[in-house]
Design a binder for this molecule. Structure first.
Ligand SMILES: [Mg+2]
Length: 345
């Protein structure tokens, strides 16, 4: 049996422009990978690179042919240790491209076994937490309207992007519009430690459940001071890219944000989750603005974690792939599906 890989670039418009502290996104460019086994089965994956981590669609497009040639040469989707070692050697700085290949390889292997991917790790599908739904930065009234609309659609957990000149007014408007919602806040490294510590007073008053990356990634001392100043659990995202960053943030955060596009694949994500748990940290599984072709794989890891933020494909106007359904934010892992369950839409 031999493997045959293909790549397709998709420029996917978002349903609405999506703004975080670092900038605005209107189109998500992904590279979808398909890996066929010659026996009618196809594994799906996709790369959603982030400029913050030094990747973009061109770097993904440049890296993928060599990575996929290596996978074709190895010829065995069950040889994942070897596949991911070769991917790391060939593209150490291209985590999103490696993630696309890793996801497709794991998907195909699970399809060949005839079981859903989460069963590979013996996970309890019912243990997956609900995903949050993200509210991007806008003026306070628009953010409040958006929050109310998301809650009305059935999603009870909001993740609110902050890092503006008037964050408090924005969050107060959202809280007034969504009094029952669980609210998490992500400042995407926009505050300094003093601003963040000041903010914790009103974040606590507005019953924020989780505070993600309040300060720049390199300011671990500041992150720790924020953590010590508040009862709200503090999460490290930009400050904790892979498993090797976990020991460094362990004394400064309560939660680690794991993303396949940061770890470069599923084995790296499992390692980061295990490292976090070994340091007594909780884990949030997150994503970029992505297609279901990649988010579905993260959904299969969700039973391992306390928090899920896997709404990236919900922000797209159109997704060329269907993955794991998220009705009311519930991650619906189907025991009768094979692989990640991804199929072309
Ligand atoms: Mg984040």
């Amino acid at each position: 049996m031999s493997l045959e890989a293909s790549v397709d670039r998709h420029d996917l418009p978002l349903a609405d422009a999506f703004t975080i502290a670092r900038g605005t996104t209107e189109t998500a460019t992904i590279h979808a990978v398909e890996l066929a086994d010659g026996d009618g089965r196809v594994g799906y994956g996709a790369a959603a690179p982030a400029a913050y981590y030094g990747e973009d669609p061109d770097s993904v497009a440049a890296a993928l042919p060599d990575l996929l040639a290596a996978v074709e040469r190895i010829g065995d989707p069950h040889a994942q240790q070897r596949v991911e070692r070769e991917l790391r050697e060939r593209a150490p700085d291209q985590a999103a491209a490696r993630a696309a290949v890793s996801i497709a390889v794991h998907d195909l292997a699970a399809r060949q076994r005839g079981e859903p991917l989460y069963r590979r790790w013996g996970l309890d599908a019912g243990a997956a937490p609900r995903t949050s739904y993200t509210v991007g930065i806008d003026d306070p009234a628009a953010m409040a309207d958006r929050a109310a609309a998301i809650v009305a659609e059935g999603y009870p957990i909001l993740k609110v992007k902050l890092g503006t000149d008037d964050d408090r007014a924005r969050l107060e408007a959202i809280r007034a519009a969504a009094p029952e919602a669980t609210i998490r806040v992500d400042a995407n490294a926009a505050w300094d430690a003093e601003e963040a510590i000041e903010a914790t007073a009103w974040l606590e008053a507005l019953s924020v459940e989780l505070l993600e990356q309040p300060v720049p990634a390199a300011d671990l001392a500041g992150l720790g001071r924020v953590r010590d100043a508040t009862s709200i659990p503090v999460a490290a995202d930009e400050a904790c890219v892979t498993a090797r960053d976990v020991p460094g943030v362990a004394a400064a955060a309560d939660v680690v944000v794991v993303k396949l596009m940061k770890t470069g694949g599923l084995r790296g994500a499992l390692a980061q989750i295990a490292a976090a748990h070994a340091h007594d940290l909780d884990v949030m599984l997150g994503c970029m603005v992505e297609s279901d072709a990649s988010i579905a794989a993260a959904c299969h890891l969700a039973p391992l974690v306390a928090y899920a933020d896997l709404d990236g494909s919900l922000l797209l106007a159109r997704d060329p792939y269907d993955g794991v359904p998220l009705p009311d934010g519930k991650i619906r892992l189907d025991p009768d599906a094979v692989g990640t369950g991804v199929e072309p839409a």
